[in-house]
Ligand binder design. Structure first.
Ligand SMILES: [Zn+2]
Length: 90
């Protein structure tokens, strides 16, 4: 599923084939124009780590259904914010 993403160096749109880091940039030849795709995993790991820590440490007295729902809502929000951030300046 080829998809265009913004190059990290020159800011122009270049194809991203889904491989980590992607192919070199078409415009400036930068080798890893989409390195933030890798860094993009970090907030999600942190997010789940935080949820797990809260669950273990505080044991909030709310139903599991609400926890799952709240977790998913937070994840979608985080995803949206990240998508906006990663495509900024276009
Ligand atoms: Zn470039």
């Amino acid at each position: 599923m080829p998809h265009d993403l913004v190059c990290r160096k020159c800011g122009k749109s270049t194809p991203y084939d889904g491989v980590a880091g992607g192919a070199p940039c078409q415009h400036c030849g930068y080798k890893i124009p989409h390195i933030y795709v890798l860094f993009g995993m970090l907030p999600f790991l942190l997010y789940f780590g935080t949820l797990l820590a809260i669950e273990i440490i505080f044991r909030p007295p709310i139903p599991d259904e609400l926890k799952i729902l709240g977790g998913m809502a937070g994840l979608v929000l985080l995803w949206y914010i990240y998508a906006r951030w990663s495509q900024r300046g276009t």
